[in-house]
Design a protein around this ligand. Structure first.
Ligand SMILES: C[S@@+](CC[C@H](N)C(=O)[O-])C[C@H]1O[C@@H](n2cnc3c(N)ncnc32)[C@H](O)[C@@H]1O
Length: 257
């Protein structure tokens, strides 16, 4: 599998159908209600905006949403969907905006599509710099599997089974880089689609540490968009950060005592 794998180019042709099957379309109202609380009266920046699954309904609620994506095909889907949103092609690890936003968000598992630790930290740094003084960064991430993993281990996970679809994730694990190189096998009707992807999984405490390194601090963490508690049984988290110091990029302040 190529290191140049572009998630958006692979998934754009089936993204709408895929996210619907995965329940990501059904949960959009809750996602948008959650995000709207932090953006009311202001503006928002969607990192990895995709087809506008979240950004489009958020903008329909009156939030001025902008977005970045590195996939032309995804940006074309977005443009077909709405003309309310300014979006541009770019890398969410390295971006600079003239504007400052009340809310910057990176949802679904988009953050893990940055497959090195450095790229993930760079993304947090860029996001911190894009926040206005009271700005909030929201990141949604899956909790990595707690099954013991060893190097080179190949795993097959059942992602979904219903009357019409079976989705399996066949992955190879590299513990040195926390990378999972996987192929989703989506069986539906008589077709099988093979969808490659690569992610760098990250635990919530590592995310907090990376955020602290770029001058962000955790203010809330939830287990779902309905603000359910984040517990040992949670399959994902929604983490909310704000700037911990006036200038982003500072090292975290030392705690006293
Ligand atoms: C899982 S999709 C999420 C799309 C949308 N935010 C949603 O929630 O449905 C990830 C998106 O991030 C984009 N993406 C992945 N890596 C990126 C990068 N380094 N820079 C910019 N966009 C990226 C992909 O093209 C894709 O549109």
């Amino acid at each position: 599998m190529s290191d140049e794998l572009n998630y958006g180019e692979v998934y754009a042709p089936i993204y709408e159908e895929y996210t619907a099957v995965q329940g990501k379309v059904a949960e959009v109202d809750q996602t948008v209600a959650f995000l709207e609380r932090y953006s009311s009266g202001g503006s928002a920046l969607d990192l990895g905006i995709g087809d506008g699954r979240v950004a489009a309904p958020l903008s329909e609620r009156g939030v001025k949403v902008e977005g970045i994506d590195n996939s032309c095909s995804m940006l074309e889907l977005l443009a077909k969907r709405t003309d309310l949103i300014k979006a541009w092609q770019g890398d969410i690890a390295h971006f600079k905006t003239e504007q400052r936003y009340s809310l910057v968000y990176c949802v679904y598992f988009t953050f893990t599509l940055l497959v090195t630790r450095e790229a993930q930290i760079d993304c947090l740094r860029s996001a911190a710099a894009a926040l206005d003084d009271e700005g909030i960064l929201v990141i949604e991430l899956d909790v990595p599997s707690s099954d013991p993993r060893v190097g080179g281990q190949k795993t097959t996970t059942v992602r979904l089974v219903d009357h019409e679809n079976t989705i399996l994730n066949v992955a190879v694990h590299d513990p040195l880089t926390q990378n999972l190189v996987s192929t989703l096998l989506w069986f539906s009707g008589t077709s099988v689609r093979r969808l490659p992807q690569r992610v760098r999984y990250v635990y919530h405490q590592e995310l907090d540490t990376m955020a602290e390194c770029v001058g962000l601090e955790l203010v809330e963490r939830w287990g779902d968009w309905a603000r359910g508690a984040f517990t040992e049984g949670s399959k994902r988290h929604i983490s909310v950060y704000r700037r911990s110091s006036p200038s982003s990029g500072d090292l975290p302040r030392q705690k006293r005592g």
